[in-house]
Design a protein. Sequence first.
Length: 487
Amino acid sequence: MADPKGFLNHGREVAGSRPVEERKRDWNEVYVPGSLLPIISKQAGRCMDCGIPFCHNGCPLGNLIPEWNDYAYRGDWAAASERLHATNNFPEFTGRLCPAPCESACVLGINQPPVTIKNVEVSIIDKAWESGDVAPQIPERLSGKTVAVIGSGPAGLAAAQQLTRAGHTVAVYERADRVGGLLRYGIPEFKMEKRHINRRIEQMRAEGTRFRTGVEIGRDLKATDLRKRYDAVVIAAGSTTARDLPVPGRELKGVHQAMEYLPLANKVQEGDYVVAPISAEGKHVVVIGGGDTGADCVGTAHRQGAASVTQLEIMARPNDERHPVDQPWPTFPILYKVTSAHEEGGERIYSASTTHFEGDEDGNVQWLHLAEVEFVDGRPAPKPGSERRIPAQLVTLAMGFTGTDRENGLVDQFGLELDERGNIARDADFQTNVPGVFVAGDAGRGQSLIVWAIAEGRSAARGVDRRLMGAGDLPAPIRPTDRSLTV
């Protein structure tokens, strides 16, 4: 145990954020550089090294949290990094982007603020990169087997790295012009600077993984041809079919899906554009959807100089604290969350439903009409007499995703079966109905968290390795049927 009295002597402290007016003028990460290291030893020392560490259950990766907390407390960064990487290929991603279900399951969180697990994690990996403790793990021998991975998001990258290290020759196919999937073009720079992706890609290249960008399987290369070239295929194409809003005025100019809007802002940071083709500058912006993607749109609009930003959510405002009956420990609670983007301004409207959009004579959206929502038999319905309109010159739809892309032909060309939710069906080894074709991440699970994506990639890699070699010792932290610890 790191510090037997740590949780008694020290309260919870998190990473410091730069002043709002400063960070809104740039796209750098919002945190104060170096603010964690002076406090992280005490924070890691708050870990109680529980007899039954429920944080392991909260995290699908099975991260060895008490172990690396102990090493971080003692300042043994090399050992902490080894324990961290034992279960997680990309802790710098999860340490910045994951909503930390491990913290919701922390035993200390029963009656105190939980351990800052996420902050300890990112401190360890940042220190590891700084100290040179992250090095390529080149396989000692090659198996002679080849694997294609479709998609370079967290699931695809995790599967590719595990299979490469097992000695297989792996090629990752990405339809975008750069590697990273939603990590690259869906996550704004202020949440995670893309240098973190770039150095992981360089590590993977040094290990032997090959990358093919600008190639969409199903369109640029037939799925059947890909299947003939490789001994196995892992589909990690994500859940990219966005949920739409079929209301009058949806066709007006200025109404966009979030994933039409966010990637363009990231491409400005990559140097592809001087100004984003879809920009919030000087406009009244409305974001429909109250989740993390919606918050990303809010923060992006602030940095582009929006005149105003309003975020709509159809559900009621969540509680500030965990409800002991409705959302008991150690489940992952739905709480009112103030992200860095919300700290920067804007209005949040709950229990609101969009009835229609109103445009000008040139077909540009100008107003959004909304109504308060009441639930009848569990379904939302507009409350009579509550309709009003708000200015809206740019509207982003951030309402989630409904399944993997069907239009590019990948599903039909492989002849894949889908489950009742529209995801690609798979067996206990993450293999589809087509022998040798596996699926990992949101394409098989449905829209989920980054930790689940990495866990899926690692588990699917084990299935592939067992098929190719007849046996294998790659870890599989989850089963396809496992679900989050929620009510």
